[in-house]
Design a protein. Structure first.
Length: 373
């Protein structure tokens, strides 16, 4: 049985070149990068070369890149320190954010008594920027946290316009770019964003490696105390092989960006065409969606919801209902709950997410198995 992986928004397979690069580092540059001898200097050089590589790709200063284990850690640090140390008294977010943001904001509200406002989500999944402007018309020190590409629907935030609106109203702007880093162009030197976060495993790199971009001039307190690693902001010996693997994965993602983006978009469009052809009553969630994510409502009875993923998995096909972090929850998607009527929310939904490793043949198999269900 051929296994078909269509859950690339949850994680992506590591590129072979990345694995090879990591093995080399583990074998040859195993020193502690804080050590002053040759082994340590070699590891430190690999670490800083990776930082410079990432910064060059994103057009920012290397010192603005702080290595973390993942984007969840990075967002927790940024949001918490914005309240504790930057004087933020109010956070504007949305109810369709990843729980790494939502739960952090809710905890900060309980702990520090900050105000939290939720910007409206339009029926097509877009953030209501007119409502955002209304919320920004306050003199309270504010941070806005909105994701660039929604991890469940693929709906895209206008990053440039949102950042401009935030800065026009003297608000800090934190953006979860987990689903878009490595998949679309960034020019952080010219974008009105103060913080972004990323996880390597979303762009064919290793799990356990991520980074935060903190715009030069913004001073945050350490997330971990101990040694002087990461400019004293994140103590602990760096996982050099993970960081090097992340930098290599990002480099390859952008080197192949146009070719792979066009290929993936073709696969997504083919999948959409075949779904509509075979299931005319299907509904697609979101209008302005990213090229590698497709979220659909199937015209199946609600009682089949729980069995669809199981049946597809038994056939070797990996898809999801939404965020992998919430896959064990029986609750409806909090993202779709903001977009859909209650009757549609009861219907089975699928998130199908693609990479350059997929093919049209994969889609044909998926359609055939859905027809069987």
């Amino acid at each position: 049985m051929k296994k078909i992986y269509l859950d690339n928004a949850a994680t992506t397979p590591i590129r072979k070149e990345v694995i090879a690069e990591m093995i080399t580092i583990m074998q040859e540059d195993f020193g502690n990068p804080s050590s002053t001898h040759s082994y340590g200097r070699s590891a430190k050089s690999a670490l800083e070369t990776s930082r410079k590589s990432i910064a060059k790709i994103l057009n920012c200063v290397a010192q603005e890149i702080i290595f973390t284990t993942n984007a969840t850690e990075a967002s927790n640090w940024i949001l918490r320190n914005s309240v504790k140390d930057l004087g933020v008294k109010r956070i504007i977010t949305s109810k369709v954010e990843h729980h790494a943001t939502l739960y952090t904001v809710q905890n900060l509200q309980r702990e520090f008594g900050i105000d939290v406002d939720y910007v409206k989500i339009l029926p097509n999944g877009d953030v209501d920027l007119t409502n955002l402007v209304h919320l920004l018309s306050s003199d309270v020190k504010t941070l806005v946290t909105l994701m660039h590409v929604n991890n469940e629907t693929g709906c895209i935030l206008d990053l440039e316009k949102t950042g401009r609106l935030c800065h026009q109203h003297n608000a800090l702007f934190h953006c979860d770019t987990v689903q878009s880093i490595g998949k679309t162009e960034f020019n952080l030197a010219e974008t009105n964003v103060d913080f972004i976060v990323a996880s390597a495993h979303k762009f064919h790199g290793p799990k356990g490696a991520g980074f935060a971009f903190v715009k030069k001039g913004i001073i945050l307190q350490p997330m971990l105390f101990g040694g002087e690693q990461e400019k004293g902001l994140r103590a602990g010996t760096e996982a050099v092989h993970q960081v090097v693997g992340m930098a290599k994965a990002l480099e390859l993602s952008y080197h192949n960006l146009n070719e792979e983006r066009n290929y993936i978009l073709d696969i997504k469009n083919y999948c959409k065409e075949q779904l509509l052809l075979n299931f005319p009553e299907i509904k697609i969630n979101g209008e302005n969606t990213f090229y590698n994510i497709l979220n659909i409502l199937l015209p199946f009875s609600p009682e089949k919801t729980a069995m669809i993923l199981f049946n597809l998995d038994m056939k070797g096909i990996a898809v999801s209902r939404g965020s992998a972090c919430q896959s064990g929850s029986p609750k409806p998607s909090h993202v779709l709950a903001e977009m859909l009527q209650e009757e549609d929310l009861l219907k089975p939904s699928l998130r199908i997410s693609f990479s350059h490793y997929n093919s049209r043949e994969d889609i044909d198999v998926l359609i055939q198995e859905l027809k069987g269900i």
